[in-house]
Design a protein around this ligand. Structure first.
Ligand SMILES: [Zn+2]
Length: 268
């Protein structure tokens, strides 16, 4: 067959992108017929890879844009090299804002803990996600390749990893966002602000009231946060994120109290 077929496009997919290929293309180098009218971007997406994940594209060694239409060759395949997006990639919007797909709740809380503006809903249809991402200029983070291939989506990224830690590392190394730990409510994404203990003392359990003096309150949902039993593990999350970004900053203590628990959910 190979000897008799007409030359087409031979795609050399970078190993970092192979998991995004439709399963039938995952072994070897896919060769697709070339009609002389499809763009390389269209061909790459037709194999399963969303263009949000693609960095440089080369045809026969020359960098080309995704909209490039390769000239068919009469005697040999056109070789298309497909490289992953650079890490870190330039942020599509500043400050960076995210919208997370419904299955990424754990990741949403971690990103908010690190101070990143992260919208998240436990239930939301694909259309509504696209609409919100576009309207609010948020980068849609998802593990749904189909959603990322939607032409209407302005910016998105595929999240790698099965567990929250892996996913967090993936997002941090991809966008290298500036971190502002303890500034956002992990529950609702609202801004946290210091609040006088006297103002909220009546909401605290006696043990909390005795043991803590510094509190933060969410401007949106009014949840109250203070350093408590889980502070150590949250601080470890922040420290690990900073280490990953190779960007040592002031220790979390310098930035104020940690949002660690809120009384209504405390089991103390
Ligand atoms: Zn809140």
């Amino acid at each position: 067959m190979t000897g008799t077929r007409r030359p087409g496009l031979r795609l050399r997919i970078d190993p970092a992108l192979r998991l995004l290929l439709h399963s039938r293309h995952r072994s070897g180098e896919p060769v697709v017929p070339h009609d002389g009218t499809s763009t390389v971007g269209h061909v790459i997406q037709s194999l399963g890879i969303p263009l949000t994940e693609v960095g440089e594209i080369r045809t026969d060694g020359t960098p080309v844009p995704a909209g490039h239409v390769p000239r068919p060759s009469p005697c040999a395949d056109v070789v298309v090299d497909v490289l992953p997006v650079a890490r870190p990639q330039p942020p599509p919007v500043r400050p960076l804002r995210f919208l997370l797909d419904v299955h990424l709740g754990g990741l949403a809380r971690r990103l908010r803990l690190l101070g990143l503006d992260t919208a998240y809903h436990t239930e939301r249809a694909d259309e509504a996600l696209l609409e919100q991402a576009n309207a609010e200029r948020r980068v849609l983070l998802t593990q749904d390749r189909g959603l990322l291939r939607r032409r209407a989506l302005w910016a998105g990224a595929y999240v790698r990893g099965g567990g929250t830690e892996e996913q967090l590392a993936d997002v941090l190394t991809r966008f290298a966002p500036p971190l502002e730990p303890w500034t956002r409510c992990p529950a609702c994404n609202g801004a946290l602000a210091p609040v006088d203990k006297a103002e909220i003392a009546h909401l605290l359990r006696p043990g909390t009231r005795r043991s803590y003096d510094v509190f933060l309150r969410c401007r949106d949902c009014a949840r109250i946060y203070w350093r408590g039993a889980h502070h150590g593990s949250l601080r470890a999350t922040v420290a690990a994120a900073r280490e990953l970004l190779d960007r040592p900053g002031p220790p979390p203590e310098a930035g104020g109290p940690g949002p660690v628990r809120q009384d209504r959910q405390s089991s103390e």
